[in-house]
Ligand binder design. Structure first.
Ligand code: CO
Length: 143
């Protein structure tokens, strides 16, 4: 039997938005929450991102860089933006991918560098009850 990966800390909840600036204004006005750092581009994923701190996790605001971004397709279906994915840390990305694949879940693409500078993959939402799940190699291996 394959050893299943331990679901680690909820690193962030991904939220798609047509405007990071407008979302930051909303989070500040309604929740007194501030951006941690400036928005930055992740050209390989076709997005600009900015994190907002909550005490136990972060919100990742994601804006498309152009019309070819997967986030642009999401916004075409949800023009006001919306909740896009959940990101959990895992100790060992290869082990997690192997276990998930053995259980029949589809991994989308191959590992790439995520917004926190560690490797990430996405799991097909049709295999996770409708939620796009991002698995992220914890910066310190989860320890
Ligand atoms: Co993310």
């Amino acid at each position: 039997m394959t050893r299943l990966p331990t679901l680690g800390r909820l690193n962030h909840a991904g939220v798609a938005t047509p405007s990071i600036a407008r979302s930051l204004e909303t989070y500040a006005r309604l929740f007194g929450a501030k951006a941690c750092g400036e928005p930055f581009d992740l050209p390989a994923q076709g997005v600009k991102v900015c994190f907002v701190d909550a005490p136990n996790t972060q919100i990742e605001l994601i804006e498309p860089l152009d019309g070819t971004s997967p986030i642009a397709a999401f916004l075409a279906r949800n023009p006001a933006g919306g909740q896009h994915h959940l990101c959990f840390e895992v100790e060992d990305l290869e082990a997690a991918m192997g276990a998930l694949t053995a259980e029949g879940a589809r991994i989308l693409g191959s590992p790439r560098i995520g917004a926190h500078g560690t490797r990430i993959v996405f799991v097909h939402p049709k295999d996770t009850g409708g939620v796009l799940v991002e698995l992220m190699e914890a910066p310190d291996g989860g320890h």
